[in-house]
Structures are given as structure tokens and as C-alpha cells.
Design a protein around this ligand. Structure first.
Ligand code: NDP
Length: 247
């Protein structure tokens, strides 16, 4: 049996319309700059301040459906309907379960997991029409290893894997891929919130023995959103220096 790759959609060429959530700093910014350097038209969400120079910014809190809906409209008007979604925005609110209030649980689940349902819903409408699309969800290595003090975060990040794999089934016949990256320790503002003793524990569990850079995560996202990855969907790609390998 022969199969023809479904690459005839409007999104298969260069200069695709990309939306990166949380693209104003950290991993998201590195992803946005990397895809822009490839020639894509890249929009980033930002909640406050100005967007990074050279990138189209849409003010958007991903936990707010009205703001997400408006963001997709603004992106479509500026650079065309979203063809590549990178769901990267995320927060931590750490604490051992017995001390973890509902507010910290809800905030992390809303930002890191529930938001991705609405982002993927908005993105998939345009992608279905074009019969082409790429979604990459930014999870974490700790989704698989577990992490004391991060039940909310690890539950949300593990949830992204199930979400991606079900979506891969729902959208695969239309040329849309949905994949996950699981970074380990990455040098961003988020890492600066981790206690030094805990950081040392993570480093001891990382065969490469160092934290990664946002650019190293961006390289994986760039691959998964490119034409080279046209036959990869439902995959989980670790970018973790080996932390949590084997899952
Ligand atoms: P940063 O803290 O540096 O950046 C987080 C980004 O998410 C910011 O752009 C922030 O926007 C945005 N964001 C947070 N909440 C919202 C919201 N409600 N609406 C819109 N944007 C929001 O983190 P990283 O760059 O390190 O993290 C990026 C992703 O990578 C996250 O999902 C994180 O969980 C994941 N990750 C990070 C690891 C690491 O070691 N750094 C390891 C594994 C996974 P604003 O500037 O407005 O706050």
C-alpha cells in the first residue's frame, strides 16, 4: 500500500503563521526567535509590558477564554490563521500536598493544562480547514519522574501527554500533528525559583550534568514544527540532558 504525505495544505510552505504562548521570555521567546529566523511569521502572547522587539505581540492571559479568542483573531488579521501552535505558557506554585491550597492547584491546572484545551480548540479550527497544522505542547520531564512539592505541576504536565495523544488521533487524518516536548532543567526565570538543594538533586539525576538552554529546547520545537517531522505525531521528545529518560 502506498501513502501520500498530506503536505498540500496552505501551511506546508515557509512563512507559516505561528503563535507561541508565553513567548515574551524564557523558552517561549527562544522558540519564537528560532521560528522567526526560519522565516515563519511569529506572534507571541504577553500579559504585561511590550512584546519582544521584532515579534508581533498579542496581549493575552491564557486562562481567560475571551482573551484567547481575541488573540487568535488579532493573529489571523496580522499574519493569517494560526498554522503552528506552541503551547508553552506555564507557571509553578509549589508546596507539599498537605499545605497546597485549592488556589495553587487551580492556578497551575488552569494555566498549564486547561488553557491548552482552549488554545488547541481555537487553533484546530483553522488547521482543519487547511488540512495542515502543527501543535507542540511544552510539558516537563517531571511529568514522568514525579517531583515532591509539585503535585499540581506534574499532574498538569502529565495531562498534556494524554491530551496530545488523543488530539493526535482526532486530527491526524487532516494532516495535523500534535507532539510534546519534555524539558529538564532549563536556565530561565522559572529555574531561579527552585531551591539550590533541589537543583543539585536534579543535576545528579541528569546524565549530561548541566542545565540546558532555552535555545536547546527551541531546536526540538523547531524540528517538530518543521516539514521534516511530517510523520511524527503523538510523540514525547525529551530535551532534558537525560533527566527522566526511559519514559
Ligand atoms: P518562564 O517563567 O521564564 O516563562 C513563563 C512564560 O509563561 C512567560 O512568558 C509568562 O508570561 C507565561 N505565562 C505564565 N502564565 C501565563 C498566563 N496565564 N497567560 C499567558 N502567559 C503566561 O518559564 P520557562 O520559559 O522556563 O517555561 C516555559 C515552559 O517550559 C513552561 O510551560 C514550563 O513549565 C516549561 N518547563 C520549564 C522548565 C525549566 O527548567 N525552565 C523545565 C520543564 C518545563 P509573563 O511574562 O506575562 O509572566
Amino acid at each position: 500500500m502506498t501513502a501520500t504525505p498530506d503536505t498540500a495544505g496552505a501551511g506546508s510552505g515557509p512563512g507559516r503563521s505561528v503563535l507561541v504562548t508565553g513567548g515574551n521570555r524564557g523558552i517561549g521567546l527562544a522558540v519564537a526567535r528560532s521560528l522567526a529566523a526560519r522565516g515563519d511569521r511569529v506572534a507571541v502572547t504577553h500579559r504585561t509590558g511590550e512584546p519582544p522587539a521584532g515579534l508581533f505581540g498579542v496581549r493575552c492571559d491564557v486562562t481567560d477564554e475571551a482573551q484567547v479568542e481575541r488573540a487568535f483573531k488579532e493573529v489571523a488579521a496580522e499574519q493569517g490563521e494560526v498554522e503552528v501552535l506552541v503551547a508553552n505558557a506555564g507557571i509553578t506554585r509549589d508546596g507539599l500536598l498537605l499545605a497546597l491550597g485549592d488556589e495553587a492547584v487551580d492556578a497551575v491546572l488552569d494555566t498549564n493544562l486547561r488553557s491548552v484545551f482552549r488554545l488547541a480548540r481555537h487553533a484546530s479550527r483553522g488547521m482543519l480547514g487547511r488540512r495542515w497544522g502543527r501543535m507542540v505542547l511544552v510539558s516537563s520531564a517531571v511529568a514522568f519522574t514525579g517531583s515532591p512539592g509539585q503535585t499540581n505541576y506534574t499532574a498538569a504536565k502529565a495531562g498534556l501527554v494524554g491530551l496530545a495523544r488523543s488530539l493526535a488521533w482526532e486530527l491526524g487524518s487532516r494532516g495535523i500533528t500534535v507532539n510534546v516536548v519534555t524539558p529538564g532543567l532549563v536556565e530561565t526565570d522559572m529555574l531561579r525559583e527552585v531551591r539550590p538543594a533541589r537543583l543539585d538533586q536534579y543535576l545528579a539525576m541528569t546524565p549530561l550534568g548541566r542545565a540546558g538552554t532555552a535555545d536547546e529546547v527551541a531546536a526540538a520545537v523547531r524540528f517538530l514544527t518543521g516539514e521534516e517531522a511530517s510523520y511524527i505525531t503523538g510523540a514525547v521528545l525529551p530535551v532534558s540532558g537525560g533527566l527522566g529518560m526511559g519514559h
